[in-house]
Design a protein around this ligand. Structure first.
Ligand SMILES: [Zn+2]
Ligand SMILES: [Zn+2]
Ligand SMILES: [Zn+2]
Length: 307
């Protein structure tokens, strides 16, 4: 009866049965796996928005008919990240706490306060502490390029930059919200080659260093992205579970969020693997194609809360 792991229990009726007559046989402990208790994920309402236009322009007209398109072209267009499947209890708790008003990151700056240089702005303070922690040349404002470069690509998920958002008093109209520039771009999703599938196009030049689009979808754990082939192919890694000392320290040092919450974030960021699954709910970015000499890369940004 040794070697019973914590979390398992013995079927006692069976264990109490007398030993078999054969001297070489010892009583058998039947080990049942304890049922995992999983809590309901917090509800995050999807912000449903108009999808970019999508067209199939193949030579074969039959394939261009909408009813013949692959089922992955059907999705709900959303402007945020919602809760998906397979998230750990720690992640669910972090999201729940991040939704509490006291843990939201927003500032009370008026239109003349200029968040991008206001030392009293909560968003500026958070942006500054993360800039310091990651050794970025500057914080990310409308006057500066994104403080990332190609060499930092692999670290995108662990070097978030802070931006003002709609819940700030400035409504995110200040220079500390570069993401508002994403609304200026126009994209179209087209298919010209049946093997390459649908891809994203634009007819206007985009300035180097500009944010292009956000990758929206369902925050998912391992089982949430392994459940089907489409999820495996379309999901991207948000956190890879490697302990990131810089990020952990930066989060624990943030001046304007609850200490208990920042400790929880620190642990969760260091130990969780998370993906964003855009198959059922997502945005135009789910159609971006792979490129060996890619001109765009992914960066992580924080707006309104850290989860
Ligand atoms: Zn502000
Ligand atoms: Zn703000
Ligand atoms: Zn602002």
């Amino acid at each position: 009866m040794a070697n019973l792991k914590r979390g398992c229990r013995i079927d006692r009726r069976r264990a109490r049965q007398p030993a078999a007559k054969d001297a070489n046989t010892s009583p058998v402990a039947i080990v049942k796996r304890k049922r995992k208790i999983t809590s309901k994920p917090p509800k995050i309402d999807a912000i449903v928005v108009r999808a970019d236009p999508i067209k199939s322009k193949l030579a074969d007209r039959e394939l261009n008919k909408r009813e013949n398109w692959p089922k992955t072209t059907i999705y709900q267009s959303i402007a945020n990240v919602v809760m998906g499947e397979g998230c750990s209890e720690a992640v669910k708790d972090c999201v729940k706490n991040g939704l509490k008003p006291k843990n939201k990151l927003h500032c009370g700056c008026g239109p003349r306060d200029r968040c991008e240089e206001n030392v009293n702005c909560a968003c500026y303070q958070a942006a500054k502490s993360l800039q310091k922690a990651f050794n970025h040349a500057s914080i990310w404002t409308s006057d500066n390029d994104l403080p990332f470069n190609k060499e930092q690509f692999d670290k995108f998920h662990c070097e978030p930059v802070v931006q003002c958002g709609p819940e700030c008093r400035c409504k995110g109209r200040c220079k500390l919200n570069v993401l508002k520039k994403m609304d200026e771009h126009e994209f179209i999703i087209e298919r010209h080659d049946v093997n390459k599938g649908f891809a994203v196009y634009t007819q206007k030049d985009i300035k180097k260093g500009s944010p292009i689009m956000s990758f929206n979808g369902a925050l998912s754990g391992y089982s949430g992205v392994c459940k089907d082939e489409e999820s495996e192919q379309y999901s991207i890694v948000l956190m890879d579970g490697k302990p990131e000392a810089d990020l952990a320290k930066a989060l624990a040092d943030l001046p304007n969020i609850d200490k208990q919450y920042s400790e929880q974030l620190k642990k969760t960021y260091a130990g969780s693997k998370l993906w964003i699954n855009p198959v059922k709910q997502g945005s135009t970015s789910r159609f971006l194609s792979h490129g060996c000499k890619s001109k765009i890369y992914l960066a992580s940004r924080v707006q309104q809360n850290f989860t």
